[in-house]
Design a protein around this ligand. Structure first.
Ligand code: ADP
Ligand code: ADP
Ligand code: MG
Length: 666
């Protein structure tokens, strides 16, 4: 067995690999860039080697630096995690040349599957159904149109070297196809250093279902059933689960058998994933094979009671698989939710910033948290915006989902935009609960993005009660500190008004003496009484209470003179006034946001890659104005209406913050 493993990655996956290595008694080496000097993965390993500046291209992607870190520390094996160098043949080969084990499959199979054009051909040869397409490089936009007409619209354009949802575009007609060709080509060039693109038929209303395989160096290959990953945005997964609520036994067996057949045919010898796109009639087609550990491997670990990283390590060390296909027996249901730093209300644009406050839900036998961040740490634009993964297990789908809802309600993040409220709302979405999924689910269910704050009447009661309790605790706290409650003298009046979304909810409040969690208020609203009890103290981000005896959890924040509450996917801003002040507040003129229609502003932090217009130029609605590159995605910004450009406020190559003005119209 290996003595020391170098983990050529960062964040949650580096921490996760370190955990298994420690369990196996193997020493670990972390590598880190400037941005990750205080990273959690650095603390999770026994040693750490600095490998350069923050951009991945100058640190985590530089093979020579990783090889030299191995030499320096005497590591005898490298686990690449996912992303970065995990699917680079040259890396696997360079390690092999130095006699260092690569904890992943052999270099030739990494090479084969890393090229989607070759991979599709290999799949077809191995008898796996493939999507009708053109598996060859397409030289120009004109050729592309001709080929697409042969296949039939809509089509999907992909980068041969693609991964992580990058370089993928759908085109429904010729005009879209020409744009798609240009964008996919340039995105592929900048993300993968390889601008070859190809096209295939776009499968309508598809579901993404993948098979986990495990092979060893002795010719044994098994599969560990499927994961469904249909809940995606930007062709990237957000929610995954095992098993799939869609598959029947026969399709499951057939898919497993085809995946194993492909793995055997190409000499696969590690953990890997064969991804399929499945249509509404349960026809399945090969998408790609990921020759690495997958982000969502945790759901399979729950349902199959297995440590996939441990098996990757054992197999790389030459051990033989001891699990036979007949022994593979899934139990229960597991769901994973990816917590991303992004804004669900602005097209899921990545967000950057400091994790000012960060509280994870409590882990248990059925709740697993994988993360590589820490309170006070930064989500930078250099790496993937994933903050954490929450995975739950239950006897059936409903219990796994219910557990997930509760875990997400206790996950508190402040400082960056994040998708926790969105994830919680997904876990309560009726169509999701019915398992009627497709990769278009998010786009169809949330066409205008996701803005939390839809209130059910009984929720409204609890939100009013919680915000009144918080407000009165704030005032009491001020009294404890300074001997008085600013503006109220020594005694609080009974009448209060909670303002939510410009509506006013008056209440009468009576204090209920008690100790700890028995302390609280009896609040009369609209003729009924809400008895709220809580031991919450000012400053705590999670408020647990009972309202009329029922337990509730809320995440809470002080925002200006009011409060922001997060609960079951709702996010609500509340201000609590006295009756008198509420009357005045109602008369205050509403502050209008400034008119920004004269400006083109950057919708996300990123790099201004190019400007398509000059001062004095007239544009029509829909014309390209600029391209902003963020987290390896190229985003075209178009004119919302016709107009004349009068001034440029930024130039190509500038780093933009969100909301920064790029140019101005007359
Ligand atoms: P998939 O690659 O099918 O999206 P995962 O969700 O497991 O599967 O992807 C893991 C992560 O690794 C992605 O979110 C992405 O950030 C990263 N990744 C995968 N492939 C690449 C690649 N070729 N280049 C850069 N990043 C990648
Ligand atoms: P990546 O390497 O970036 O993960 P994939 O080929 O796995 O690329 O595709 C990513 C996602 O794009 C899939 O999960 C699916 O949602 C969508 N997709 C890919 N190919 C097709 C297709 N032919 N028809 C419909 N959707 C597709
Ligand atoms: Mg994929």
């Amino acid at each position: 067995m290996f003595k020391k493993i170098l983990i050529a990655n960062r964040g949650e996956i580096a921490c996760r690999i370190a955990r298994t290595a420690r369990k196996m008694g193997i020493k670990t080496v972390a590598v880190y860039s400037d941005a990750d000097k205080y990273g959690r993965h650095v603390k999770a390993c026994d040693e750490a080697i600095y490998i350069g500046p923050s951009p991945a291209a100058e640190s985590y992607l530089v093979m020579e630096k990783l090889l030299s870190a191995c030499r320096q520390t005497g590591a005898d094996a490298v686990h690449p995690g996912y992303g970065f160098l995990s699917e680079r043949t040259q890396f696997a080969q360079a390690l092999a040349d130095e006699g260092i084990a690569f904890i992943g499959p052999n270099a030739p199979v990494v090479k084969l599957m890393g090229d989607k054009i070759l991979a599709n051909r290999a799949a077809k040869e191995a008898g796996v159904p493939t999507v009708p397409g053109h598996w060859d490089q397409i030289p120009s936009a004109e050729d592309c149109v001709a080929i697409a007409q042969g296949i039939g619209f809509p089509i999907m354009m992909k980068a041969a070297a693609g991964g992580g949802g990058k370089g993928i575009r759908i085109a429904r007609d010729e005009a879209e196809l020409k744009d798609a060709f240009r964008l996919a080509t340039s995105e592929a060039r900048s993300a993968f250093g390889d601008d070859r693109v190809f096209i295939e038929k776009f499968i309508e209303q598809p579901r993404h279902i993948e098979i986990q395989v495990l092979g060893d160096k002795h010719g044994n290959v098994i599969h560990l059933d499927e994961r469904e990953c249909s809940i995606q945005r930007r062709h990237q997964k957000v929610i995954e689960e095992a098993p799939s609520p869609f598959l029947d036994g026969a399709t499951r067996r057939e898919m497993g058998m085809r995946a194993v057949g492909l793995a055997k045919a190409c000499g696969y010898d590690s953990a890997g994933t064969v991804e399929f796109i499945v249509d509404q009639r349960r026809n399945f087609f090969f998408l790609e094979m990921n020759t690495r550990l997958q982000v969502e491997h945790s759901v399979t670990e729950f349902t199959h009671n297995i440590d996939l990283v441990e098996w990757m390590i054992r197999i790389a060390a030459g051990e033989e698989l001891t699990i036979r296909q007949e022994d593979v027996q899934p139990h229960g249901w597991s769901v994973e939710a990816r917590v991303y730093a992004e804004d669900p209300n602005r097209k899921f644009m990545p967000s950057t910033g400091r994790l000012v406050r960060y509280r994870e839900p409590v882990e248990s036998e059925d709740v697993r948290i994988d993360s590589g961040v820490y309170e006070g740490g930064e989500i930078s634009m250099f790496y993937d915006p994933m903050i954490s993964k929450v995975t739950t297990w239950g006897r059936d789908r409903d219990s796994a989902i219910a557990l997930m809802r509760r875990a997400l309600d206790e996950f508190y993040i402040n400082g960056v935009h994040h998708n926790i409220a969105f994830l919680t709302a997904l876990m309560a979405n009726p169509r999701f609960l019915q398992g009627r999924l497709s990769t278009a689910f998010i786009a169809e269910e949330y066409p205008d993005g996701f803005a939390p704050a839809l209130l059910e009447p009984q929720d409204l009661d609890s939100i009013v009660a919680v915000s009144v309790l918080m407000h009165l605790r704030y005032l009491h706290r001020a009294k404890d500190v300074s001997g008085q409650m600013p503006g109220y003298g020594r005694k609080l009046p009974p009448g209060w008004v909670a303002m939510i979304a410009k509506k006013y909810y008056p209440v009468l409040v009576e204090e209920h003496a008690g100790r700890g969690s028995e302390e609280g208020f009896d609040i009369v609203r609209d003729g009924h009484t809400l008895s709220i009890r809580s031991d919450w103290v000012v400053g705590e981000p999670v408020l647990r209470c009972t309202i009329n005896g029922q337990p509730h959890s809320f995440k809470v924040e002080r925002v200006g003179i009011g409060y922001r509450l997060y609960h079951l996917g709702a996010e609500v801003d509340v201000i609590v006034y006295t009756k008198e002040v509420a009357e005045l507040a109602k008369m205050m003129p509403e502050r209008k946001p400034p008119d920004m229609s004269k400006y083109l502003v950057s919708p996300m932090p990123g790099l201004l890659q190019s400007l398509a217009v000059e001062p004095g130029e007239r544009v029509d609605s829909g014309d390209e104005l600029a391209i902003v590159q963020a987290m390896k995605m190229e985003n075209i910004l178009r004119a919302a209406q016709a107009g004349k450009v009068c001034k440029l406020h930024a130039k190509a190559g500038d780093t933009l913050s969100v909301g920064q003005i790029i140019l101005e119209f007359e």
